[in-house]
Design a protein around this ligand. Sequence first.
Ligand code: NAD
Length: 475
Amino acid sequence: MVTQYKNLINGEMISTTDMLDVVNPANEEVIGQVPACGQAELDQAVAAARAAFKTWKKTPLEERRAAIMAISGAIKENADELFRLLTSEQGKPHQQAKGEIYGAAAISAAQSTLELEDEINEDSDARLSRTRRVPVGVVGGIVPWNFPVMMAIQKIVPAMLSGCTIVLKTSPFTPLTTLRIAELIADKVPAGVVNIITGNDDLGPMITSHPDIDKITFTGSTATGKKIMEGASADLKRITLELGGNDASIVMPDADPKKVAEQLFWSSFQNAGQVCIAAKRIYIHEDIYDELSAAIAEYASQVKVGDGAQQGTGVGPIQNKKQFDRVVELIEDAKDNGYKFLVGGETDPSGSGYYVPITILDNPPEDARIVAEEQFGPVMPLMKFSSEEEVIERANNSEYGLAGAVWTADAEKGVEIAEQLETGTVWVNEFMHLSPFAPFGGHKQSGFGAEYGKEGLKEFTYPQVITVKKDNVPA
Ligand code: NAD
């Protein structure tokens, strides 16, 4: 008997007659069923969030923080069960699933310490003018399948902290762990403040166009982000969009191949490459190209691809069939064009489980699809460059602008290059580090607005200016 999960609406765990199957990408077996919510359930969730907003927005900050800490605690206390469930629906190896679960608990706790203080605009004999931040209202959160728990938490926590209430929709591919968390927190958060619902892709547009939702916070593909922006324009909903990326890593000639090979590998292959901020194009200076590409290939040969629930697996399956087909298509395109493979390239769509072997391409051209597009899978193109000016231009030659990295023995030079990259985040000598206190967001078509830090929190609020004329008291 397959486990049936429920949705959280108005503090209650509810079900629907229609259910959706959820599949383990490691073996394609159905591992759970979740409600297929439609307009009626969405309306219920939005009404509950609207009703709860009346009191939640006036609830003292300390109480809102305490509710967030209760969520953080529930995740931590049940981490063992949650990370196993996450691997079974998402595919990532246990170690990485543990990282996501404990990371979500830690980030909730850290973010709960943020505060948006009032700002004084003028304090003169004539007047006192101050800006305060007021919550926008009911938030619709929509998340993808690559980091389902982290992304859900990234939306729920700042919404709650700012005084908003939220209706969160999971990805239909990865709803289970989030719904288990919903069950764990149902009695820890006032009814209606957090609602978590599941449904098909048609539920997303219903959220975007819902007249009683004030803001959409979305993480997912750039293509869907554009549809959301269009849908939200009807009633000028506020929007935050965290979208795709085609992040470039630049390895300068003074970087030691032995020191960076393993890190470069994981900057691309963590979560089987299904990370928005994964290194998706790696540019290596020609002086060290041969040595470094050989070192990366050597490291890759020791990493095991397989079921994330098995010990020793480093790279799990692709999360779903659609994405698997897309990654296979990109590999086939590289073969058709005669590009050289350093590692992998052999795909077998006939087996059970969505496995793609670790694949590394040797210096494909800049206009190759694998270089120009976001692959979102375990395929890494390594490219040769000869001058700093050239590599900066190539790195910036993208409609995306999410993140990037520079690897060099000269940190000052690293910063000089970082400042010329057209992305929201740039790391020098590390990768994928995000801080709950620093804004994270994309430039160009990688996003709109930011998450994390005070800047991220502000996105859930409107500024309100209160001005008191001191020398005109009508009495
Ligand atoms: P997706 O855009 O297909 O789906 C994301 C979510 O949107 C899902 O919940 C889906 O059901 C919903 N959705 C689909 N169509 C919709 C519509 N018309 N209106 C409203 N909602 C709709 O993305 P995905 O395939 O789940 O995720 C992969 C993408 O997410 C990649 O491009 C990746 O780079 C990006 N991503 C970005 C970040 C970031 O922080 N910038 C983080 C993780 C993933």
